[in-house]
Design a protein around this ligand. Sequence first.
Ligand code: G1P
Length: 288
Amino acid sequence: MKKLRKAVLPVAGLGTRFLPATKATAKEMLPVVDKPLIQYAVEEARAAGIEQFCMVTGRGKTALVEHFDVAFELEATLRDRAKSEALAALHGAQSEPGSIVTVRQQVPLGLGHAIWCARAFIGDDPFAILLPDDLVLADKPCLAQLAEAYYETGGNVVAVTEVPHEQTNRYGILKVGSDDGRLVEVTGLVEKPDPKDAPSNLSIIGRYILLPKVIDYLSRMERGAGNEVQLTDAMARLIGEQPFHGLRYEGRRFDCGDKVGFLEAQIAFALKRPDLADAVHAFLKNYV
Ligand code: G1P
């Protein structure tokens, strides 16, 4: 079994649900408290042993790469002014030289197409996918939990959670075989099924560890839900060929691609911060 070192971050989306905020800024640069979504994803990946990143970007997304660069003038100014706290805050925003590459998804043909655009980076290795819109608050980072399941099973693993039945048409949904309460055997996958056709209410969230074989199926460029090349459809073809499991991770997931989910994430993450929790708790009382 190969060690997991690589992660793909699909970040080409237009962020239409957050206009006008995302008119001139990447949606993955929106902060939860004081850290952009992209940095949460990168830090979570690092905590799972990821060393190499591929951002699948698009036009107008250069800030995502800038964010992890050395900010020489800013750092020099902060050092001159002895702003040590501000300097320390920059720490997680700097990457190892050469650890981030980008490819462009030139046309928005879906998540499966975005992952296929990273095929040269993936090569013959297992890889993680993190969708930065999905933010998980957990004691042990979600991808680290998933990596443990990968090393246990040696196959494909996706993070899963139960959703209200009427919401199955927003997610990739599992058909479930054996289930020990933590790991579930995946016997089928359907992208955004109508509640009446959904095989369960167990949905995929934006954390995956996949074997490189999935690229072969993505290369076929078959269109699925929404006339897009769906990652879920290519993953479904691996079932029966390779081990495939869902992991009920421990933690709370926030859909930061949605306004309400994004606002809830601000509150939940602020309440976890020792420097902010008391003040936030105090003002929240005024709103209920
Ligand atoms: C994507 C995937 C879907 C998954 C979801 C998780 O959908 O296609 O299978 O459940 O992410 O957030 P999207 O949110 O891009 O529509």
